[in-house]
Design a protein. Structure first.
Length: 326
């Protein structure tokens, strides 16, 4: 039975990651760590862990963990993730995995040196609509991807760079999942003030695919904030709207899919949103000694795109921790 620990017991972790653990089998929930002992104790009690700690290094020393799920913030993720893999523990780290490119490169090197992997929590890859879309795109009938159109609007963060790091990084990872490796980036922006901007980004991939992305802090997080469309060379395409509704079109015909809100496990929000699938993939990769996707190198490539965008639109790469409840 695999032994799993959690590092971090904040709002995102307890709202999304801890509840997703109930879908796992063959896993021993060993310990929770948080510098706030009350939060650590509460999370351990509420989600079925055996122990709690306030010092993650002590937890790594005293518990023989196979994997650790790290959910804190971009500033703390690198050091803790590196300590984990150097202690022989595989890691699932929440996005963004690091604040700087150098930190992400250090994480990648530590993973290679230790032989333990660092998976990055881009959970949208495991969201039910995106999994269905990927199955369609990879089918023989779909053909070759030629064009991707995507958008991820948002809301005001402490800085524009923080918005890209905490929110739009998801869509950047998704277009890489569907399109491949990015070789060219062109970005322009309409800056409203120091914390608000609309950003248009064109990408070209090494396989010839091109993509257009509409990003930024405007539009809010309502029903129209997120969309991706993948177009093939066979007059086929697949659209995912707001991470929920899928349309597969062939010429003038179209099929649609939407989640069923009946209260069974496959329709729970943690499954549809990808958190359960993400953690299941993490566990499967430990069991099978397999390379996870997305891993820290995927995280690094997403960060490289963000840094290139901010350089082109002349926005300082200043990350600030998002206030609780954002």
């Amino acid at each position: 039975m695999l032994k799993i620990g959690m590092i971090g017991a904040g709002i995102h972790a307890t709202g999304n990651l801890y509840p997703s653990l109930k879908y796992l089998e063959g896993v021993q929930l060993v310990a929770v760590c948080d510098i706030n002992e009350q939060k650590a104790r509460d999370a351990a009690r509420n989600f079925g862990f055996e122990k709690h700690y306030v010092d993650y290094k002590k937890m790594l020393q005293q518990e023989s963990l196979d994997g650790a799920i790290v959910c804190l913030n971009a500033e703390l993720h690198p050091g803790i993730s590196i300590d984990c893999v150097q202690a022989g523990v595989n890691v699932l780290v929440e996005k963004p995995p690091a604040r700087t490119l150098e930190q992400a490169k250090q994480m990648s090197q530590a993973s290679r040196d230790s032989g333990k992997f660092i998976m990055v929590g881009f959970q949208k890859r495991f969201g039910t609509p995106y999994v269905k879309a990927m199955e369609i795109v990879r089918s023989d009938e779909f053909g070759k991807v030629v064009l991707i159109e995507a958008k991820m609007h948002g809301f005001e963060y402490p800085t524009i760079f923080t918005s890209l790091m905490e929110w739009q990084i998801h869509i950047l990872d998704l277009v890489r999942a569907f399109g491949g490796e990015v070789v060219e980036i062109r970005a322009t922006a309409n800056r409203l003030n120091e914390t608000r901007a609309s950003i248009l980004t064109n990408l070209k991939f090494e396989n010839g695919v091109i993509a257009t992305l509409s990003l930024g802090t405007e539009g809010g997080s309502g029903r129209f904030c997120e969309r991706i469309e993948i177009v093939s060379d066979r007059k086929r395409g697949v659209i995912v709207e707001n991470a929920r509704d899928l349309t597969y079109y062939t010429g003038n015909d179209a099929e649609t899919w939407s989640p069923d809100w009946c209260p069974v496990s496959v329709n729970q929000s943690h499954v549809i949103n990808g958190y359960a699938g993400e953690i299941s993939h993490f566990i499967d990769c430990i069991k099978n000694r397999a390379k996870p996707r997305p891993d820290i190198d995927d995280g690094l490539k997403a960060l490289e795109i963000i840094y290139e965008i901010t350089e082109q639109i002349d926005i300082p790469p200043v990350w600030k921790q998002v206030p609780s409840g954002k």
